[in-house]
Design a protein around this ligand. Structure first.
Ligand SMILES: Cc1cc2nc3c(=O)[nH]c(=O)nc-3n(C[C@H](O)[C@H](O)[C@H](O)COP(=O)(O)OP(=O)(O)OC[C@H]3O[C@@H](n4cnc5c(N)ncnc54)[C@H](O)[C@@H]3O)c2cc1C
Length: 606
């Protein structure tokens, strides 16, 4: 891929533009060629038996991908998937969850083996791209932009996923792999069996009631959350944002929002539209996601304290809201209103659970367990990690191993580490989306945290390795403490600087070498167990050093106390990351304001 990037870079601008058009066209024509075949695919319907090893309740993204993973991990186990709606699902206007990042993409392309589908029938994504506000947001070229630039195709891939198209392919594959698949069938209730007794799942199909028994029941019913509700496990989240979205049968290319030559020239023509594009301002962000079926997904996510849901919860209000806040998108949607394919909303997106896994052989996956926030597209990451933990517990249990140690640790890992560290990224952070300097620094921090912590663990296939994970519990706790402290810092820094205005700068993630390619590529470096453990220890210091440097650049002085509970001083962390003292220098490239430079000049230096 590096070579490819170099070869593309060497082409004259005109040739590069042609190449971009060809890449886009090629992806779209291959997609439409496959459309008819896929749209007609309904998995063969299975005649339910009396008893299974595993019943998965809900055949959406989490349930279907888990079925494929389980069939490969425990091929001897019988498995039934029950889904209330009918397949095939419609393309484009199906569900949200269209943008993937590295962990979710790796889960789909490598772990469950959908690389060919993702490369051929979905869109390769050009990274995450963020536009901070400027003025009335009517000129995109004036907005501070964070992303990869030029021709950069990140070597670890991610995709934009048309959910209907993907779920159709997953359902066909799950049935082909030997899972029993029944759609138009509703789970009405579950009687959980204790101490080894089978669970009884009550089902209804075409007005007929019947039941099946199972050793394992997995709740993959999304927000219907059958077991979480039945067992009273729901924990409301303090993070409160709402979202409304639509799909429009229009390929939105936001590059056409401006003719500014410098702005256009930053990026290979035609490539920007394949990023997950985020248009941000105080209290909200708007997503633009291109889909392989030719549509664009457009959504608003907002903190109701700044943008009440009633201001954008109907189609006319949605367009009016866009006109007021994101006029360039508003204008396009209004002019093409006849092409709108659906219009949907969810209130109060975040939730979690007291418990996700039980010794009594039940588990919650996907949205049935928890959800944090759509920013950074972590939904598929949680699906990939949760499904991998569940696959390991089922595998151990079916081979006669006592899984209580797995259940305890994996509940801690999912809820106390992953959810807690995840929700801090978003909770009370929507106001700072209006502060270009703070948001750019925060986004780099958030990405670095992800690439340096759970990214390498998942890519090295260790997330469900109980002994390994227990051996790094202290590092995980340090990562979590660091996350909390840094998110507090970003919030406070925003309060101190929220009236500052930034414009005309762009920050290229790929030009911050300690972060990219280093931390990005180390995620998938193929380390052995000991090297990975050492690397994670070093990454505690790397993140502490990065955090301290950000505080220095923001306030002109290093933080007084260490930002972890390691017992190491800041100087000791610096010493440990000595080969990476470059962080101090390279963070300059992430600073969008001149003021920070003068504050820095007045303060300490390395
Ligand atoms: C606004 C928004 C934007 C998002 N953006 C992204 C993103 O960009 N990237 C990302 O990775 N994630 C994103 N997510 C998260 C993503 O949508 C979810 O993580 C994902 O859809 C969860 O999949 P799931 O299989 O758990 O649930 P679902 O996809 O909802 O599937 C649940 C299935 O269960 C079935 N079901 C329900 N009740 C029953 C029953 N009683 N009996 C039988 N079947 C039943 C339903 O028919 C459905 O098929 C976003 C979420 C929101 C709210």
């Amino acid at each position: 891929m590096k070579d490819l990037n170099k070869r593309i870079a060497a082409l004259p601008e005109q040739r590069r533009a042609i190449l971009a058009r060809l890449v886009a066209k090629d992806a779209e024509s291959r997609n439409s060629a496959l459309k008819a075949e896929e749209a007609n695919a309904r998995p063969p319907q299975h005649q339910p038996r009396e008893q299974y090893d595993i019943v998965i309740m809900g055949g959406g993204l989490a349930g279907l991908s888990l079925a494929i993973q389980l069939r490969r991990a425990v091929p001897q186990a019988s498995l039934l998937i029950v889904n209330s709606t009918t397949y095939p699902a419609p393309e484009a206007a199906h569900k949200v969850g269209e943008s993937s990042v590295e962990i979710g993409a790796h889960y789909y392309d490598t772990i469950i083996g959908f690389k060919e589908h993702l490369e051929d029938r979905q869109l390769r994504k050009m990274g995450l791209r963020f536009f901070s506000p400027y003025g009335d947001n009517s000129d995109i070229s004036k907005r501070v932009e964070l992303g990869p630039f030029e021709n950069h195709i990140l070597p670890i891939p991610s995709y934009q996923i048309d959910r209907g198209r993907f779920e159709n392919a997953l359902a066909v594959q799950a049935a082909r792999d030997g899972a029993g698949f029944v759609d138009e069938c509703k789970v009405k209730d579950v009687d959980l069996g204790a101490e080894g007794a089978p669970h009884v799942v009550h089902l209804e199909r075409a007005g007929e009631q019947f039941q099946v028994k199972a050793r394992w029941v997995i709740d993959a019913a999304g927000r219907a959350a059958l077991l979480r509700r039945k067992l009273g496990l729901t924990k409301p989240s303090e993070h409160n944002v709402n979202s409304v979205w639509l799909r429009i049968k229009l390929p939105i290319d936001l590059e056409k929002f401006s003719d500014d030559r410098d702005w256009r020239g930053r990026m290979l023509t035609g490539f920007r539209q394949y990023s997950t594009n985020h248009l941000m301002d105080r209290g909200y962000w708007v997503w633009l996601i291109r889909l392989a079926s030719g549509s664009t997904s457009v959504g608003i996510v907002a903190d109701p304290r700044l943008h009440p849901l009633e201001t954008y919860n109907r189609e006319d209000r949605f367009i009016d809201w866009l006109d007021r806040n994101e006029p360039q998108v508003g204008d396009l949607v209004r002019r093409n209103r006849h092409l709108i394919q659906d219009f949907l909303a969810i209130k109060k997106l975040a939730h979690t659970t007291e418990q996700a896994y039980s010794n009594d052989r039940w588990a919650l996956v996907g949205d049935a367990a928890l959800f944090t926030d759509p920013l950074y597209s972590l939904g598929s990451d949680f699906i990939g990690m949760g499904n991998t933990l569940v696959t390991e517990m089922v595998r151990q249990d079916l081979s006669g191993v006592d899984i209580s140690a797995h259940v305890d640790f994996f509940n801690w890992l999912l809820l106390d580490f992953l959810y807690d560290s995840g929700i801090r990224i978003f909770q009370d952070q929507y106001p700072l989306m209006g502060n270009a300097q703070v948001f750019v620094a925060k986004a780099l921090w958030d990405i670095a945290w992800y690439w340096a912590t759970i990214g390498p663990i998942f890519f090295h296939d260790r997330v469900s390795d109980l002994e390994f994970m227990k051996s790094i519990k202290q590092e995980l706790i340090h990562f979590k403490v660091l996350q909390r402290k840094m998110q507090d810092f970003f919030r406070e820094w925003d309060l101190a600087t929220k009236d500052e205005v930034f414009s005309g700068r762009h920050v290229d993630l790929t030009k911050i070498p300690f972060l990219y390619p280093l931390v990005h590529l180390e995620m998938d470096a193929g380390y052995d167990e000991d090297t990975l453990r050492r690397k994670l220890r070093d990454n505690v210091s790397l993140l502490e050093t990065m955090g301290a440097e950000m505080v220095l650049r923001a306030y002109g002085a290093y933080p007084a106390a260490p930002m972890t509970d390691t017992g190491m001083t800041l100087q000791e962390h610096f010493a440990r990351t000595a080969p990476r003292a470059d962080i101090h220098e390279e963070l300059k490239r992430a600073w969008v304001g001149a003021k920070a430079e003068s504050a820095l000049a007045a303060g300490q230096s390395f």
